[in-house]
Design a protein around this ligand. Structure first.
Ligand code: G6P
Ligand code: ZN
Length: 544
C-alpha cells in the first residue's frame, strides 16, 4: 500500500469560484498550499467513489505543469483509480469536456484562466467539471467554497513527477496515469458532427481562411483539423504553438486583442474567413471578408442553419442564450417554433438544459457558442459549423449575414467594458441602480422611455434552483435595452460591463453603423447609472 501523506493546512482567504472557477494571479497560486487547499476542497466535496477516473488538463499557461503534478499526487491519495491527462499538460476546455464524457470520468480539473493573460505575473485558474463534462453547478461550487473556509489538511502521496511529454501509462501510488493525445479524440468527434467532405471541396475550390490560435491551446487542434484533415494550406493557422505566456498577449479573440486579424479581414488581402480562439479554446471570433459577426449574431445565424450539419439534421430542440446576449437568437427560435431560454451569464447554466434535451445550441455575447456535443462552449466547433454552412450554402459570410437580417431583422449590439474599476465604486454604482429600479419605469432618457427595469433572476427549469441578482436590465418602450453587470472573471478590481442593444425590423436600416445606431442607448446608460460620476471614467476601455 502506498502511504498517504496528510499535510496539515489552514484556510486561504478568497477561494470562492467565480463565473468560471477559481481565478487568481499566478503568485497567489504559488503560495504554499494554495492550490492544494482548493483541490482538496474539490475532492472533499465530490468524494470520488474508489477507483473513479479523473481528467486533468489545461491550456498550457505558466504554472500549468506544476499544478498538474500536484493534482495527480493528490488524486492518488484521494482514491481515484485513474487519471487521464493530456500530453504536455494540454487539453482545451471543450476537449476536456469531451474526454470526461467519452471515458466515463467522474469529473475533471480544467486548469486555465481562459482569455486572461498568462505568465509569472499574470493569471491562473482551476475549474472543476462534473461527469456530464460541464462546469460544476452553483450548488457544487458553493460547497467547494464553504469547504475552503474550514479546510485543515490535504492528502497526497510520495511519488515522482509523471513524464507529461510522452503518451503512455504510469503508476502513481495505486493509481494509473494515462498521458493521452490531447487532439485525437476531439478531432474525431468533429468529424462525426460535420460534413468534412463538403468542407474539403470548398477548400479545394479556393476558399481561404486564417485561424489565429493566439499562441494558446487551439494551435495543435487547428493544425490537425484545418490543415491536415480539411486541407487548408499550411500557414492557415497562425500563432499555432501554445506558449506559457501566450507571447505576452491577451489570448482573447475580440476586436482589440485580435486586431491584426481584424485589420487583415477589413483589407484587400482578406481571406474568405477569419477566425480565432482564446487561451483555453472555448471562445471564438468570426469575421468574414469586410464583415465582423458579433457573437450574438453568430449564435442566431448558426442556430438558423445548424440543421445543415449532419449531426444536427432535423433536431433543433431549442436555443439558449445568456441574458446579456442579444435577442437575435430569440427571433430564430420563434421562426422555427422552438423554445428560447434566457439564462444568467456563465456556461454552467446551460448544462441542465442540454442534459435534459431542451436545447441543442447555446451561446453568449462573450464569444462563446456550443452545442450538446460537449458541455462547454467550443471555439473550433463554431468555426467548423460556419465552414459547413458556408460550404453547403455556397455563400460568403457577408451574404449570409445580410440574408439573415433580411429575414429576421437585425439586433444592433455593443458591449462597453470599464476595466480595473475600484471595487467599492463599482459596487456603489450597482447598489444605486438597484435602489432606483422601482422608480425607473416611465423615466424619459432622450428619445427613450423606460418600460421595465429589474434585477435579473433565473429559475432553472430542470432543477428549479434560483439564481438571483444576475445583472440589471433596463428595457425601453421601443424594444431596445441596456444591461449592467459586474464581471465575474476578473482578477483585479472590478469590471463594469454595459450591454447595449436595439432591434431593427427587416424593413429598417440593416447595414448602418453600430455606434451611431446605439447612441441613444449609450446616453441612457450614462444617465441611468452615472458611470462617469461613480468611476471617473469618461469612456469605456474596451468596446466589443
Ligand atoms: C467565462 C464563462 C462564460 C461567461 C464569461 C463571462 O468565459 O465561461 O460562460 O460568459 O466568463 O465573463 P464575465 O467576465 O462577464 O463574468
Ligand atoms: Zn475560455
Amino acid at each position: 500500500m502506498t502511504r498517504i501523506v496528510t499535510v496539515p493546512t489552514t484556510p486561504h482567504e478568497g477561494q470562492a469560484p467565480g463565473t468560471s472557477g477559481l481565478r487568481k494571479k499566478v503568485r497567489v497560486f504559488q503560495q504554499p498550499g494554495y492550490a492544494e487547499n482548493f483541490i482538496q476542497s474539490v475532492f472533499d466535496v465530490v468524494t470520488p467513489t474508489p477507483g473513479a477516473t479523473l481528467v486533468i488538463g489545461g491550456d498550457g499557461r505558466f504554472h500549468n505543469r506544476t499544478v498538474i503534478q500536484q493534482a495527480i499526487r493528490m488524486a492518488a491519495a484521494n482514491g481515484y483509480g485513474r487519471v487521464l491527462v493530456g500530453q504536455g499538460g494540454i487539453l482545451s476546455t471543450p476537449a476536456a469536456s469531451h474526454v470526461i464524457r467519452k471515458y466515463g470520468a467522474s469529473g475533471g480539473l480544467v486548469l486555465s484562466a481562459s482569455h486572461n493573460p498568462g505568465g509569472p505575473d499574470e493569471d491562473f485558474g482551476i475549474k472543476y467539471n462534473i461527469a456530464n463534462g460541464g462546469p460544476a453547478p452553483e450548488s457544487v461550487t458553493a460547497a467547494i467554497h464553504a469547504r475552503t473556509t474550514g479546510i485543515d489538511r490535504w492528502l497526497t502521496v510520495e511519488a515522482a513527477d509523471v513524464d507529461l511529454d510522452r503518451v503512455g501509462e504510469a503508476m502513481v501510488g495505486e493509481m494509473t496515469v494515462q498521458v493521452i493525445d490531447p487532439v485525437a479524440d476531439y478531432a474525431d468527434l468533429m468529424e462525426t458532427l460535420f460534413d468534412f467532405d463538403h468542407i474539403r471541396k470548398l477548400v479545394a475550390s479556393g476558399f481561404t481562411m486564417r485561424f489565429d490560435a493566439m499562441s494558446a491551446v487551439t494551435g495543435p487542434y487547428a493544425h490537425e483539423i484545418l490543415e491536415r484533415r480539411l486541407g487548408f494550406a499550411p500557414g492557415t493557422v497562425v500563432n499555432g504553438t501554445p506558449l506559457e505566456d501566450f507571447g505576452g498577449h491577451h489570448p482573447d479573440p475580440n476586436l482589440i486583442y485580435a486586431k491584426e486579424l481584424y485589420d487583415l479581414m477589413m483589407g484587400p488581402q482578406a481571406p474568405d474567413l477569419g477566425a480565432a480562439s482564446d487561451g483555453d479554446g472555448d471562445r471564438n471570433l468570426i469575421i468574414g471578408r469586410g464583415r465582423f459577426i458579433t457573437p450574438s449574431d453568430s449564435l442566431a445565424m448558426l442556430a438558423a442553419n445548424i440543421e445543415i450539419a449532419p449531426a444536427y439534421r432535423g433536431r433543433l430542440a431549442g436555443i439558449a442564450r445568456s441574458m446579456p446576449t442579444s435577442g437575435a437568437a430569440d427571433r430564430v427560435a420563434e421562426a422555427f417554433g422552438v423554445p428560447c431560454y434566457e439564462t444568467p451569464t456563465g456556461w454552467k447554466f446551460f448544462g441542465n438544459l442540454l442534459d435534459a434535451g431542451k436545447v441543442t445550441i447555446c451561446g453568449e455575447e462573450s464569444a462563446g457558442t456550443g452545442s450538446d456535443h460537449v458541455r462547454e462552449k467550443d471555439g473550433l466547433w463554431a468555426v467548423l459549423l460556419w465552414l459547413n454552412i458556408l460550404a453547403v450554402r455556397g455563400i460568403s459570410v457577408d451574404d449570409l449575414a445580410k440574408s439573415h437580417w433580411a429575414r429576421f431583422g437585425r439586433n444592433y449590439y455593443a458591449r462597453h467594458d470599464y476595466e480595473g474599476v475600484d471595487k467599492a465604486d463599482a459596487d456603489a454604482l450597482m447598489a444605486e441602480l438597484l435602489a432606483a429600479l422601482p422608480s425607473l419605469p416611465g423615466t424619459v432618457f432622450g428619445p427613450l422611455v423606460v418600460a421595465h427595469a429589474d434585477s435579473f433572476a433565473y429559475t432553472d427549469p430542470v432543477d428549479h434552483s434560483v439564481s438571483a441578482n444576475q445583472g440589471v436590465r433596463v428595457l425601453f418602450e421601443d424594444g431596445s435595452r441596456v444591461v449592467f453587470r459586474l464581471s465575474g472573471t476578473g482578477t483585479q478590481g472590478a469590471t463594469l460591463r454595459v450591454y447595449l442593444e436595439r432591434y431593427e425590423a427587416p424593413s429598417g436600416h440593416l447595414d448602418a453603423d453600430t455606434g451611431v445606431m446605439l447612441e441613444a442607448q449609450v446616453a441612457a446608460a450614462e444617465a441611468a447609472a452615472g458611470i462617469v460620476r461613480h468611476t471617473g471614467r469618461i469612456a469605456p476601455d474596451v468596446v466589443t
